[in-house]
Design a protein around this ligand. Sequence first.
Ligand code: SF4
Length: 366
Amino acid sequence: MLANAHPALEDFAAAIVHWQQQAGRHDLPWQTSRDPYPIWLSEIMLQQTQVSTVINYYQRFLARFPTLQALAHATQDEVMPYWAGLGYYARARNLHRCAQQVAEQWGGQFPREVCDLQQLPGIGRSTAAAIAAFAYGERQAIMDGNVKRVFTRYFGLYGNPASRAVEIELWDCAQSVLDAADPKLDMAAYTQGLMDLGSGCCTRSRPSCEQCPLNTWCYARLESRQHELPTPKPKKAGRERQCKMLILEQNGKILLEHRPSRGIWGGLWSLPQYDDQHALADACLGLGADIEQGQKMASLLHVFSHFKLHIEPWYLRGPLTRVAEPSPEQAWVAVEDLPGAALPAPVRKLLCGINEIIGSAGKHIP
Ligand code: SF4
């Protein structure tokens, strides 16, 4: 079905706005402001992460970095603890770089034009459009995962939504809707309405079509094809990796390693990680420890978007045979300082798992 041939195109946006006002979300913390800084922050956090998870992170982040200038002047090490646990850490690094770029090149004010916003680190076409719509009321189409679901179902668009061809069709449909809408369309309400509809009504399984403002002309509903759309992405063979992690404790301190800024958990503090038992044993010798004296703990599986990581943790407590000299990227961190460290979620979980052991030495990881 072609978007420009659709009988109800001119009613689409108005129906979304009306529904948003009646049934959409109005109490999200970032909805109280038209300041692009908190709007941008929320949009970046909401990429790949659900609203319920984002709210606490958003509030904590804004309390620490209340302005773009405060964020731009911070170091990456100061920023990362406020992102630890949210995942997709490239977002945090880009966020920081973006703040610095806006401060240096735009006098601390986010540009208004979508084409300028899109030049900034971490801001793609849809995020730029959402910022411009919420902050400045600009008439720009968005296309996140939830919105793709609404459009593929409404217009009956088959094919992998991540493919270039379907992406182009989706953006064309979104633009056609805006072209057909009232020139005075409330862009903030429309944009929020699309997001709310995709996440709360047109859900992946069992969409609430009876409550949907688009149900009269929705292809999927009229043809009972909701379960077919969006077309599932072709499944990739799941990759699996194994690693060993060392939890080395000495005098109430744990050895941590700063991850390189690129790659998984980039810029965070993690436990020293090794590919196999030989590498772990060698590293322990270098640190004045003997892995034979260590305790193997319960394994942990962490699922990334593109592979699964099987972590086998080994706990070892000093005294070490000599004063261990950590490498430049390693540091001894006091147990009481761990809660404030930028740790990936599974590493935090592992360290909490050794609470009982560490507790016997009078220390606890809260
Ligand atoms: S009618 Fe149903 S399938 Fe169609 S957009 Fe609404 S909720 Fe989604």
